[in-house]
Design a protein. Structure first.
Length: 305
């Protein structure tokens, strides 16, 4: 069982996922989609029986250590509700997960997570470890992967800007793995969970007005659930270096809804206090279910017309 207000190492989260795989074999599939630069497995958990999937990621930034635990907790809660045919709030989990699937990637950046949580000595590759140390960034503030690259600026998109000499679009193992998932999964949308400001970011400057109108409608629903504010258009690109992120790529190349959910208050310092887990859990744990409900409702309307 995943407990809140508790620190979990990468290995402990993998143990919890393996336990869930054994306990709910008929409902979930655990797939290793690849490995990080320091050779840690990156799992994707496919939950549900539908043909189309909602992709959810957390742990893109190493120092954002709250959301990976919450995503594993979501998997556990949804599995239990499905098996017992219990509702979660107003959501009929059994019905939704028979119509759709959710593809959870709880920890896209396990190397960065381990650095932020426990220090640079967790990197086993001595070359990567030394290069990371030479960046002179406190390990608690580490947002990068083991190669010192911000994965959330590593995707080819309209706003991509090279930030390091050893970086180019999709230069990182983790970003290439996620793009493969984007390109191969029959997805209905994408949620990327981060930790800064309790905001729902939806506006995509590279996309059409019609696309952004739908994004705004979805964001308003998620804002109502979480009580988070909605990001403003001008906040999509706070600086010229903000581009090339996961939702930019997904929106531009896949064309489906791509939403960033920012948990934890703006003033929170790193390392993030584990007490944020319980608060964030109450705010976001039904957000993926709401996306499924929106998709189901819109699909029904299309059939009518």
């Amino acid at each position: 069982m995943v407990q809140l207000n508790k620190t979990y190492t990468y290995e402990e989260m993998m143990e919890r996922l393996n336990d869930l795989g054994r306990n709910y074999r008929s409902l979930i599939q655990i797939q290793v989609i690849g490995h990080s630069h320091d050779e840690r497995k990156i799992p994707m958990i496919r939950l549900g029986n539908g043909e189309k999937t909602l992709i959810c990621t957390a742990g893109v930034h190493g120092r954002e250590t709250i959301n990976p635990v919450l995503m594993v907790k979501m998997i556990e809660e949804y599995c239990e509700a499905y098996e017992k045919r219990m509702k979660i709030g107003e959501y009929d989990v059994f019905d939704l997960l028979n119509g759709y699937e959710i593809s959870f990637i709880p920890l896209l950046n396990p190397d960065g997570y381990e650095i932020a949580l426990r220090g640079f000595e967790q990197i086993r590759n001595p070359i990567l470890r030394q290069a990371a140390k030479m960046m002179n960034i406190p390990h608690e503030d580490w947002k990068y992967n083991a190669r010192g690259v911000d994965i959330n600026r590593n995707f080819p998109s309209r706003y991509y800007v090279q930030q390091r000499p050893n970086e180019m679009p999709l230069s990182e193992a983790e970003s290439r793995l996620l793009v493969t998932v984007f390109q191969t999964a029959p997805s209905i949308g994408y949620l990327d969970f981060h930790s800064r400001g309790k905001i729902i970011y939806y506006y995509r400057g590279a996309m059409s007005g019609l696309y952004n109108q739908r994004q705004r409608r979805i964001a308003k629903r998620l804002s109502h659930i979480s009580k988070y504010s909605m990001g403003k258009k001008e906040e999509e690109m706070l600086t010229s270096l903000s581009g090339g992120n996961t939702v930019h790529y997904y929106s531009e190349y896949i064309g489906k809804p791509a939403i960033t959910v920012e948990t934890v208050e703006e003033e929170a310092g790193f390392p993030l206090d584990i007490r944020y887990q319980e608060e964030a859990w109450e705010e976001i744990h039904t957000i993926p279910l709401e996306i499924l409900r929106i998709e189901k409702s819109e699909s029904r309307r299309k059939l009518v017309y």
